[in-house]
Design a protein. Structure first.
Ligand code: TRP
Length: 328
């Protein structure tokens, strides 16, 4: 059997450059390798674990799907859909929640971070987030999960649950591993950490045009253009990283030399960078326009994907119920 791959993005907005270079390029690599069977979803049930807007949930989900398609995810090669359309995810999540302790969930670093971000929204769904994620993956018996290193604690939970289910009930769940793609680390425009949807002004969306990119880059914090040494964090560092990602390494080196000698003119650097990013995004935006103009096609892709995923999901649930002794 081919190795199965599962991954997804929370439906909290549109995809940004960090998602593209860090994750979606990895999805594409696996999709285009015939040794893998790939399933990529928009995680809308995970989106409701933090405060959300009911007027925007469906739209956000569809936007991420359109971004996926515009980047080259192909419904002929991958199963592409939205998590909430396959009710078996929540079913398995409930079953899995009986196999792991509350204390184990409370100690996860991701849970603690979310509590700090949203102290008024510490819900059961938030606590259960990693269990639902384990269900997403194991429902399809996927063994490879392309995600960033920040998700490693969640994968550890999935492996623990898989082992328990296998020992107690004789299931044959694989112990899923994160798959590190050649994905790139894309720095935040604020100069601290990586581009993140949950940090406003930190990211450039795949749908941003040249003017928007210019404005966003103009807000990157800089200095007077000169210094005795190069920093490995902050806005200037972020600009140089982006320069290398979108233009080239030589150009970055030139700017680094200037920084240590005559000084950098940031307006010029930012202008070159804005143009380079915009031209890299152009083909993706053209492709996206097609899907924006054909919403019925997008809906069909999502429904087809849900149907294909649902078939696999139903088999797993049937097996789990039988092995756990539920009434038939
Ligand atoms: N937690 C993941 C993230 O924030 C999103 C996610 C939910 C996911 N379920 C998943 C990723 C299953 C991979 C597999 O990036």
């Amino acid at each position: 059997m081919n190795k199965r791959v599962f991954s997804g993005t929370r439906a909290t907005g549109r995809l940004h450059l960090g998602n593209y270079l860090g994750a979606v390029k990895g999805y594409l690599e696996l999709q285009n390798d015939p040794d893998y069977e790939t399933i990529y979803m928009v995680m809308d049930l995970h989106a409701i674990t933090t405060p959300f807007d009911k007027e925007k949930l469906a739209e956000n989900t569809r936007n991420v799907i359109m971004d996926y398609l515009a980047c080259g995810l192909d419904p002929e090669k991958s199963i592409i859909s939205a998590q909430s359309l396959i009710p078996e995810h929540t079913y398995l999540s409930h079953i899995f929640s009986s196999e792991i302790s509350v204390a184990r969930m409370q100690h996860l670093p991701t849970f603690k971070e979310k509590i700090a971000q949203h102290p008024d929204n510490v819900t059961m769904a938030l606590l259960n987030y990693p269990v639902l994620m384990a269900a997403d993956i194991l429902l399809y018996k996927a063994s490879l999960v392309p995600v960033g290193v920040d998700q490693e604690p969640h994968l550890e939970v999935a492996r623990e649950i898989a082992r328990k289910m296998n020992q107690k009930y004789g299931m044959d769940f694989p112990e899923p591993k994160s798959f590190s793609t050649k994905g790139k680390y894309v720095p935040s425009l604020l100069g601290e950490g990586k581009m993140s949807k949950s940090v406003s002004k930190s990211f450039i969306n795949l749908t941003d045009d040249l003017d928007t990119i210019r404005v966003k880059l103009s807000l990157v914090p800089t200095d007077n253009g000169k210094g005795n040494e190069l920093s490995t964090k902050g806005g200037v560092f972020a600009l140089l990283e982006l320069y290398e990602l979108f233009i080239d390494r030589e150009g970055r080196k030139d700017y680094e030399d200037k920084y240590l000698s005559t000084g950098i003119k940031y307006s010029e650097l930012k202008d070159n960078l804005a143009r380079a990013i915009a031209s890299r995004l152009e083909p993706i935006q053209k492709e996206r326009k097609y899907y924006e103009d054909h919403p019925e096609e997008v809906d069909r892709i999502i429904k087809d994907g849900a149907q294909k995923a649902g078939k696999i999901a139903k088999e797993t649930i049937k097996e789990v119920k039988e092995k756990m002794g539920f009434i038939a």
